[in-house]
Design a protein around this ligand. Structure first.
Ligand SMILES: [Mg+2]
Length: 381
């Protein structure tokens, strides 16, 4: 299908769902340029909290990455008390829109004070990871598909956040995301410093981002009006498509958001629309491991499957794979899996055997990570 037709039908579908476009023609032109210029000219710049993560779970607001960090069990009560006090005093400013420059500076100054307060605390990075594993702030539905899609096509994603870089890095590990956020230095069971320059809510656009200079199209994702400015200082941008996640139903606020974003996704706890916008524009590589339609990969079996597929040169593992596949119970409802991943694109055996494809999003994190690494290596070879 031609790009224009495809974008027209995508826009029709969007307008029937919770999507608001600032200017339909402008949106179509931007998307068309991005798709036509291809993956080699594209990069993503994204906020993290409430953009890549869910805003609420079961009606309750999720914790942001810094709040998750602050739940690390070894942090002292005196830090928690002082940090809470500083945060509570700043809260009225966070709820206000149209902050003056001075007020923005005030917010960022308090954030830095809270960040600095943690220095000296008895914390190991493992304590932080343990805490992240226990707190329920999931990535948005479809977000791992988005990250897989980008990683597999080597489209950089730069995550810029005023939250905890250590928490974010852990939550998106395995996808090669470049995280620009607030990191600590851990040394012998203590936090000895925070990494500068640090990231505030209002200074995200004041530092050079680790973008690829030869990619001139950007998709920007954010949920705060100020996020829309994150890539303002990236040089030589040809097209930037700004996608905003908007929560609530305040129309005045929505209008203000539309001054900053090309597209608003309303109360959307998934990145499906992002996947809809871009997955079709990326050419899929030939799949290697094919699980027949109607079958699903139970995550507990993926380790055996990947181990077998890695040893595919012997032919034995392929046999066992197809046996396994045909023994699998029919999946009651095939999950939406827009991305088919190939394992070893240029493996000579591929060309002589019946191809079997598997869905990367069905894999456990460990297998997914190993497959993505393998894929990257094979492309670089
Ligand atoms: Mg955010």
């Amino acid at each position: 299908m031609e790009v224009k037709q495809k974008i027209d039908s995508l826009v029709k579908m969007f307008l029937l769902s919770n999507v608001v476009l600032k200017d339909e023609e402008d949106f179509k032109n931007k998307l068309s340029t991005i798709v036509t210029d291809g993956v080699d000219n594209l990069q993503f710049v994204a906020d993290f909290d409430d953009t890549l993560t869910k805003h609420t779970v079961n009606g309750k607001k999720t914790f942001n990455s810094f709040e998750i960090f602050c739940k690390t069990k070894t942090l002292s009560q005196s830090f928690l008390d002082r940090g809470t006090e500083l945060f509570v005093n700043m809260k009225p400013l966070l709820n206000k829109h149209d902050l003056t420059k001075e007020e923005q500076q005030q917010v960022d100054d308090v954030l830095e004070k809270i960040i600095a307060l943690i220095v000296g605390e008895k914390v190991n990075i493992e304590d932080v990871y343990e805490c992240v594993d226990q707190v329920n702030t999931p990535l948005k539905d479809g977000c791992r598909e988005t990250l897989s899609l980008l990683a597999s096509h080597r489209v950089p994603i730069i995550i810029v956040s005023a939250g905890s870089g250590d928490v974010i890095n852990y939550l998106v590990r395995g996808y090669g995301a470049r995280v620009v956020a607030n990191f600590y230095i851990f040394d012998e069971g203590r936090i000895t410093a925070y990494v500068r320059p640090w990231v505030g809510l209002y200074n995200k656009n004041q530092r050079a981002l680790p973008v690829d200079d030869d990619r001139h199209n950007i998709v920007l994702l954010g949920d705060h009006t100020w996020d829309s400015k994150m890539a303002d200082n990236v040089p030589n941008v040809k097209t930037i498509l700004k996608v905003g996640f908007f929560y609530g139903n305040d129309e005045m606020k929505m209008r203000r958001y539309l001054e900053h974003y090309d597209v608003l996704l309303l109360n959307d706890e998934s990145t499906d629309k992002i996947n809809d916008m871009f997955s079709w524009g990326f050419a899929y590589p030939e799949p290697l491991v094919v699980v027949e339609e109607g079958y699903s990969l139970p995550p507990e079996n993926c380790c055996a499957l990947i181990a077998g597929a890695n040893d595919i040169g012997t032919g034995e593992s392929l046999k066992s794979l197809s046996t396994w596949s045909s023994r699998s119970p029919s999946a009651p409802a095939q999950r939406k899996v827009p991305y088919r991943h190939n394992l070893i694109t240029d493996h000579p055996v591929n060309k002589q055997t019946t191809l079997v494809k598997y869905y990367i999003n069905e894999l456990c994190a460990r297998c997914k990570e190993s497959v993505l690494m393998e894929d990257r290596d094979s492309k670089m070879a």
